[in-house]
Design a protein around this ligand. Sequence first.
Ligand SMILES: *[C@@H]1O[C@H](CO)[C@@H](O)[C@H](O)[C@H]1NC(C)=O
Ligand SMILES: *[C@@H]1O[C@H](CO)[C@@H](O)[C@H](O)[C@H]1NC(C)=O
Ligand SMILES: *[C@@H]1O[C@H](CO)[C@@H](O)[C@H](O)[C@H]1NC(C)=O
Length: 405
Amino acid sequence: MSLSILVLIARFSTGVEATNRTKLVLRLIHRDSILPLPYSEAENDLRAPLVPHGRGLLFLVNVSIGEPPIPQLLAMDTGSPLTWLHSYLCTGCNPPTNRAPIDDPKRSSTCTSLSCDFKYQCQQYLGDTDCSQESFRCTYNMVYMDGSYTKGIIASEKFTFDTSDGGISAIPDLVFGCGIESHGVVVRLSGILGLSNLNGHSLVTRVGKKFSYCIGNISDPYYMYNQLVLGEGAVLDGDSTGLDIRNDQYVVSIQGISVGEKKLEFNKQEYHYNVLIDSGSTFTYLQRSAFEALKEEVVNILADSMQLEIIEGFEETPCYRGDMVRDIEDFPSVTLHFDGDTKLRLNVEGMFHRIRSDIFCMAVVVSEDETNTIGVLAQQYCNIGFDLNEMKVRFSKIDCELLED
Ligand SMILES: *[C@@H]1O[C@H](CO)[C@@H](O)[C@H](O)[C@H]1NC(C)=O
Ligand SMILES: *[C@@H]1O[C@H](CO)[C@@H](O)[C@H](O)[C@H]1NC(C)=O
Ligand SMILES: *[C@@H]1O[C@H](CO)[C@@H](O)[C@H](O)[C@H]1NC(C)=O
């Protein structure tokens, strides 16, 4: 009840800030729909298929930072504990190496860098903050799996969201990172909207420890119904499975994998609370025991009809010459079974990925470390709801368009 009232207020009072609102419905903007592209076509490494640990970071959220608010597109990442932006976008936070001129019109009046007085917030991050010296600031240092990193200071700032119902919603004093130095693919993003942090100052905690996102057809950059809901409106449908946070990442347990009716044999212990749900990873990564079992099944099923191709650099992944849509349309669905009788079904578009017009490969690849990851290809046509009070996650296969109100 109270929720629909909130929506109405937001709709009829466009331009009036509803601070402290706990329902945010945000459109997820496909990276490839933005012109000019945040990534240059020439530097192809993010788009190239099968980059080991490639950060997919396909979906952007339009967030305005500071006062006056300046819109930025931040990549939504369930695998990042910290929201951060490059320091040229957080002028006003006054990082020591990036003093904006006092009369810079873009300079935000609402940013404050956290001093060591905020020891609690500082200690949540990984930086080498030395609070024994009065003048030191709270710092962070985030290193991503592909070796990209960002370092900077922890600050607090007002974040304003344009909600998809036409309202705006401001969250004051959100703790975030102002990135002074960064390296790797993250340089080409404005920043990251990190969703895997449950400390009292993070975005997901401030909106009420619930969020959900729905992703439709990733191959269609103009699909309009991809969305992120933060707070009370989060869509928590479907059977739930236990969720935990390990190393700042959301993890679940895979109990079984089936291809059609056939259950695969693998070492289940390796998957106990060791499967990341990552909106920043394109592919699904499995440790060798399940990867080999799945690969063998795929190779067997396609042995008669398709020609196996060896692609240099990715010899472990089965690749085929042909047209993914036409030739393997009726490939049996692959199901990940989680604790609690919860399932995630991967159709052809979740299991395979076209790497050239005439070659496609399995989109489940072998993990190079001791973790497993469910990437965004596997999350297509699915709503994923995180309930962080109960520490449960729910998957439901759905047409995201149906969630529009
Ligand atoms: C982001 O939001 C701003 C402010 O509402 C708007 O002007 C801009 O067009 C939006 N950008 C995109 C890509 O939607
Ligand atoms: C909303 O504001 C009240 C007081 O203004 C504060 O106590 C409460 O923590 C805020 N809630 C959120 C979710 O920020
Ligand atoms: C997804 O989008 C691509 C590109 O627009 C299209 O070719 C494909 O048919 C779509 N897939 C489905 C299942 O709608």
